[in-house]
Design a protein around this ligand. Structure first.
Ligand SMILES: CNc1ncnc2c1ncn2[C@@H]1O[C@H](COP(=O)(O)O)[C@@H](O)[C@H]1O
Ligand SMILES: [Zn+2]
Length: 356
């Protein structure tokens, strides 16, 4: 047990400088922003209970994907996307996140004239505006491929990401593969992912989020990806294989781990059974992330605190986790170096203060 009071613990994790590498834009919308969206679109008759999974509640993964559909109805114009992206970036900054990699699936909305290209441009615009306003956070963007949409759209997203990688002043750094893991097969997306890799885009892939994906993970790990989202069922204790674990370890591929998301989405039975422990005990790079802070009603400070209390880790160990996450980011060396400096400057004050 910790010798610190609850208030002190909260305060410490908020002060801790953090890196967020796995955040889906529309899953990260806070209840305050949802209020503003509902006010813009009262005719949709959407209530808060439809856009978030509260403390103690559980949903099947399938039900989680229904929640995203509701949020997508609320976020369907350029103005909405700009507001949502700026709010999300500022909320992460307020939570002590110094570097954020946001990801989102470009959507065309014929009714409002939104195109996939404008979708990405609007998010890049939000990132630039936050920078101009002096928000204390460095932000990069990953174009997401929704696996449900098949190989053709995947290839279209790779082209879009490549164009933006070359024209966005370094804001677009890679691709995400996400969406309902029970739909589609990674084999069909392999050519698009290979192309992305060959043109210099970084790959963050959701792998083995459910137990039926071993064969797909086997295939996609040969790319290899630069980071893995979840990887819940990779290891043999939960039905994965030694071969999968070996591939991950051989290439030292960091795992993005999202405790609240996995427990609320019921792919992990309880916090203490989370696969964080398996990989952490191997000394493998693990990055704590939120996944969908709005939908799962969490933030990155809470996720760090949850990991520390569940696995009885010291503040120093948690500091090391947050610092090592810098190295797992897709930021260029110059940015990583600056972040390392920030961590070095903050360390004495954050690790020693006892603020009530
Ligand atoms: C809970 N675990 C998860 N597993 C897989 N994909 C997920 C996810 N959580 C979110 N997404 C992906 O992110 C989209 C919402 O944000 P954007 O509209 O892209 O910003 C979802 O529609 C899904 O494709
Ligand atoms: Zn995710």
């Amino acid at each position: 047990m910790s010798e610190w009071s609850h208030g002190e613990e909260n305060n410490f994790y908020r002060q801790l400088p953090k890196v967020e590498l796995h955040a889906h834009l529309n899953g990260s919308v806070s209840s305050e922003t949802i209020d503003k969206l509902i006010a813009r679109k009262p005719h949709l008759n959407i209530q808060h209970s439809m856009t978030a999974i509260r403390s103690g509640q559980r949903r099947t993964l399938d039900e989680c994907f229904q929640v995203f559909k509701v949020i997508h109805q609320l976020v369907d114009t350029e103005e909405d996307i700009l507001m949502v992206a700026k709010d999300v970036i500022k909320e992460f900054a307020d939570d002590g996140v110094k570097y954020l990699e946001l990801r989102s699936t470009p959507r065309a909305e014929p009714k409002t004239g939104l195109t996939k290209k404008r979708y990405v441009e609007t998010i890049i615009g939000a990132i630039q505006q936050c920078k101009q306003e002096g928000v204390d956070i460095e932000v990069r963007f990953l174009v997401a491929i929704d696996r449900r949409n098949g190989s053709e759209v995947a290839m279209e997203m790779v082209k879009l990401a490549e164009d933006f990688m070359l024209s966005s002043d370094g804001v677009v750094v890679g691709l995400d593969l996400s969406g309902d893991p029970t739909v589609g097969h990674g084999r069909d997306l392999l050519p698009a992912l290979q192309k992305a890799k060959s043109c210099g885009l970084k790959l963050a892939l959701h792998l083995s989020e459910v137990s039926s994906q071993a064969e797909e993970s086997e295939l996609l790990l040969d790319l290899p990806p630069d980071r893995i989202g979840h990887g819940t069922f990779l290891h043999p204790e939960v039905g994965g294989t030694c071969s999968l674990v070996e591939k991950v370890r051989k290439n030292n591929i960091p795992l993005e781990l999202c405790l609240t998301s996995n427990v609320k989405g019921q792919t992990v039975p309880s916090y203490d059974k989370h696969h964080f422990l398996y990989w952490y005990n191997l000394g493998h790079p693990c990055v704590i992330c939120t996944d969908d802070k709005g939908v799962f009603c969490t933030d990155l400070s809470q996720e760090y605190q949850l990991v520390a209390s569940t696995f009885d880790l010291s503040r120093e160990a948690m500091w090391d986790l947050s610092q090592k996450a810098i190295g797992c980011s897709f930021a260029p060396q110059s940015v990583k170096k600056r972040l390392e400096q920030t961590w070095a400057e903050l360390r004495p004050q954050v690790l020693q203060t006892r603020v009530p």
